[in-house]
Write a protein that binds this ligand. Sequence first.
Ligand SMILES: Nc1ccn([C@@H]2O[C@H](COP(=O)(O)OP(=O)(O)OP(=O)(O)O)[C@@H](O)[C@H]2O)c(=O)n1
Ligand SMILES: C[C@](O)(CO)[C@H](O)COP(=O)(O)O
Length: 229
Amino acid sequence: MKYEVVIPAAGQGKRMGAGRNKLFIEVDNKPIIVHTLLVFEQDPLCQGILLAINPDDRSELTGLLKAYQIKKVTALVDGGRERQQSVHNALKQAQASIVMVHDGARPFIQQPTILELAQQAHKMGGAVAAVPVKDTIKKIRDGFVEETIERASLWLIQTPQAFRLSIIMKAYEEAQKAGFEGTDDASLVEHIGEKVQVVEADYDNIKLTTKEDLIFAEAILAKRRKYGQ
Ligand SMILES: Nc1ccn([C@@H]2O[C@H](COP(=O)(O)OP(=O)(O)OP(=O)(O)O)[C@@H](O)[C@H]2O)c(=O)n1
Ligand SMILES: C[C@](O)(CO)[C@H](O)COP(=O)(O)O
């Protein structure tokens, strides 16, 4: 199942505290964004990469695409103030019948999950990568436990999130009209009443958000070197 991927990469990485877009930080001698892009560059099912960027990063990113021979980027669009706007700007360039959205800050996604997501999106309309919650989750109010939430129904939602193009475009247009803001793409699709299938992914598929995530990133790469993928 062929697909295009939208990669939002226009954030500022404030929680990482590096004073610049965290996606340029090197992990294992390669910028985070290069790790992410190479996964899709090397996936034969990926027809094109639509990259949302901060205009200030354009020349550095163009240099990286050249240096790492990344040829599938078909659009470099300006991102917006929030992730949702960045994704929407890039989605407007999409043409394939299946489109996925994947955070530039999740460099450890692997091809089997991508394939499963593309297939489920084709069949069901929408699919998200996720892993079951391992900890006990409680709802807290004013410093006291209000409720322990049944863990069996709780999943941590990741990207990629894959959709039929018609559904994700409608979801983004309706969200814009209604002023609806979600923290992921699927929540916009849920908002228009469409179903979203969950695909069990990998705990390695972390989003590099804060400084300690860089240590986890090195550990994941060391594990892969030692034991394979
Ligand atoms: N206006 C924005 C904000 C975020 N992103 C992208 O969305 C992904 C997930 O966002 P997050 O991890 O929150 O990144 P930042 O927004 O950069 O981080 P922070 O919130 O700490 O500033 C990242 O690949 C980021 O580059 C984007 O394209 N446009
Ligand atoms: C889309 C996402 O990766 C789902 O986990 C996440 O919500 C993106 O950014 P956030 O700023 O950390 O919520």
